[in-house]
Structure formats: C-alpha cells, structure tokens
Design a binder for this molecule. Sequence first.
Ligand code: GLN
Length: 239
Amino acid sequence: MKLAIGYLYGDLMNIYGDIGNIIALKKRAEWRKIDIEVKNISIGSKLKKGDVDIFFFGGGQDQAQELVSRDLLGSNGSVIKQEIERGAPLLSICGGYQLLGEYYKPHNNPKLPGVGLFPAYTIAGDNRMIGNIIIESMFGKLVGFENHSGKTYLKQGAVPLGMVVKGFGNNGEDQTEGCIHKNAIGCYMHGSLLPKNPKLADWLLKKALEVKYQKEINLEPLDDTLEVQAHNAAIKKFE
Ligand code: GLN
C-alpha cells in the first residue's frame, strides 16, 4: 500500500519542531512496509482532489499566516475542505489550526479569513499561552507543548479534540483543547505531537488507508516502548 502526505505550507509554517509529525507518520508507515510520498503544497501549488491521502499543517508566526491565509482563499483552500468532507484525515497545529477555522484576528492586523473547516474562530489575546500541556481525549491522554497568543473559541456544535488536564488549551478559559471534524484534527499541541502520542499517529494512518482503499485496515502493532516512555515522562513532569 502507499500514501501521499500533503505537507501544507511547510516552507512557511513549521515552528517548534512540527515537521516531527511528518517524520513520525512517514516512519510509522514505512515500518509497516507502506510506501510514503511527502508532497509539499505551498503558495502557487495547485492542489487537486485525490492528490493527497493525509494532510499536515504546522504552526507559524503571524506574518507567515497572512501570506498563507491569502493563498487559502484560492482553490487550495476549497480543495482541502472538500477532501476533509470526503473523509481524508488531517492534523493541524496552532497557526495551521487557526487558519482552518473561520478566521484568525492577529493583534495589529485585520482579520485573516480561514477555510471554515472547523466551526471555530481565533482572536489574539494579550498574553502568550506557553508550556507543556496534557489533555484527555478519545485517544486517552495526549501530551504536547503550546506557545500561542491566539484564543480559539468553538462554536455551537463544535467537538473539541479533548479537555485540558494541565495547560491552557484553546483559550485558557473553557478547558477545551483543539477541535475534531470528521477525520480532521486541529490543536495547539506542538512537541512535536505525534512521536509522543503513537495512538494518534496510527489513527491518522489508519483513516487515510481506509478512505483510500475503501476497506477496514488493522495496522500491525509496533514496538512503542520508546514512544510510551517519552509520553509518560511528559506526564510525570506535572506530578
Ligand atoms: N501566531 C499564532 C499565535 O501566536 C500561532 C503561533 C503558532 O503557530 N505557535 O497564536
């Protein structure tokens, strides 16, 4: 089997080691003899339906978000939205997550329109929310690192990725963190997220294969001793 990972705006949106998520997806697939191609989708790319089986969109500073927001107003944004509606999985982190909501309002700039994939909106707050974060989710505990001033508010009916155990999450107010819509996930969890949360990494791979090959896929278990040690060490930091 083979999968194409669409790395969205990686040349502009890759902070706090978010490329580690691409590496984790690639290795966990290759360890299972699944061929992986990473396709860089950035400004000027013309994304077409079916080009990509799984999307990754990392974090970025306000300046990069402005450029990317403009590009997403074109066909790339609408194709991403259509692909998610057909069930393609996506992981977006922080700045990427913000641009997949309805809008992101930076401090001193006008609102940046989002793709409208997640029923959520983001407004830059006065303080940065920085530190290690733990949430409870459908994947069990997820651990990561956050650094954002943006406060994301989920609209009526939106489903959070999970609830904050330690840290700030979407906005530091309502205990929610992230958002999930079909097989698309947005969250504030840098780290990078997937190496320390193998269950989530495998869920993304499983969904991508099931949508592409239209059948149930049970991934062969891997030896996750190191991943689990890293995961548990992150949790222990708070004890
Ligand atoms: N610029 C956005 C914010 O500060 C996103 C930052 C990020 O991607 N870490 O909220």
